[in-house]
Design a protein around this ligand. Sequence first.
Ligand code: SF4
Length: 452
Amino acid sequence: MDKKEQIKFASLALGCKTNQYELDALNDEAAAAGFQTVAADDVADVYVLNSCTVTAEAGRKCRQMLRRFRKQNPEALIVCSGCHSELYDLGSLCDLSIGTVGRSQLLDEIIARLAEAEAPDAEPLRQERFVVETENPLWRQYEELSGTAYAEETRAYLKIQDGCDNRCSYCATTLARGPARSRRPEAIIREAERLVAANYGELVLTGTNLNSYACDWQRHDPESPGLIDLLEELNRIPGLIRLRLSSIDAAGIISDEFMKRYAGMERACPHFHLSLQSGCNKILRAMRRRDTRESFRMAVQTIRKYLPKAGISTDIIVGFPGETEEDFQETMDFCEEMNFMRIHVFRFSRREDTAAYDMPDQLHGDIKRERAERMHALAEQLAHRAIDKSLGESRSVLAERDDELGRWHGYTEDYLPAIVLPDKVGAISRGDLLKVRLCERCDSFVIARVSD
Ligand code: SF4
């Protein structure tokens, strides 16, 4: 038996879909190399954390997980990759720390470290931090991973780009992920085909900033293929059921041309997560966002012109430095006007080396908490409204998991969270695309019945 088969490999991704994609790809590589992959709360010989640094809380959670891994097995090789390890020296919290580039060599490095530790005169495991210098070419080209991101769920994430050239004043991600670099379309298509062949019905395109996809070659040839061309190619993959975009900015993507072609794709989901962050132009300027209230409103109108029933969700940061009660109320009113079906609410978090870190008028935590509660309440109200106005209508639901009552959970194409009551026991399997009628609302879920 190959020695590696006994070695237990555990991993965990914190943060965004891109982090999860990278970890799913690493797990596939590890399994292919003969490691026994186990759950992150099991006792393992190797632990890998793909870290996040979007908020101070995310960073704290990363350090907490590394301590927990050490406690689970003090002899284990503990590895940290991702945004938090890119920007912070984690010292003795892990044995091997790489940032956001160099993942394509990570498994080889792990295998080398394990072999070293096995050697008869092996030294105790030493802490090592690999941070690839910014002039390294790895920062200028998309880093292909050899593994395929076979997800645990029915939906698989598909990474299409990395990095971002914008400098939103609150954002540490752009500092950790480096300049925008796009993945070659042919590599994306090949992985998509492998995922569809493995019965992943829905593919969710992800990256640090999808708006930057193709910017690397379009800056030389503006007519060269962009995001909509890639979507149309993916839409043609036989066996694919659904195609979904993860978070995008309205500015630079949503146009009549884009929406006309998007609405023409039968597998493209009528759901857009349009990252707004604030509904107040004064705060949007301070955030150095590219959208204004007016450009965002125009984008939403354009989406609804071509896809009237499209679900539109968003991200909002409350408590940004200098945000007055009036500014916040403007954001609340704007969210109501946009009628978002879902709002992810974040409290502003000061991140070192970002422009907002040193901005005056930092707000007290109590104010942030109170505004977050009010925004959550509005978000719930709007989520209920989105479901209530769809009752009686038909949708499809991709069956993701069943519960103890034999009901199936999943999402409609416009991203309403649904619970499907099966018409007969055992009639539904995971990954089935169900034709349903939306019957009633239960909290923030829509209860649906299979329809003919
Ligand atoms: S667009 Fe802004 S928020 Fe998004 S990754 Fe880039 S800098 Fe960060």
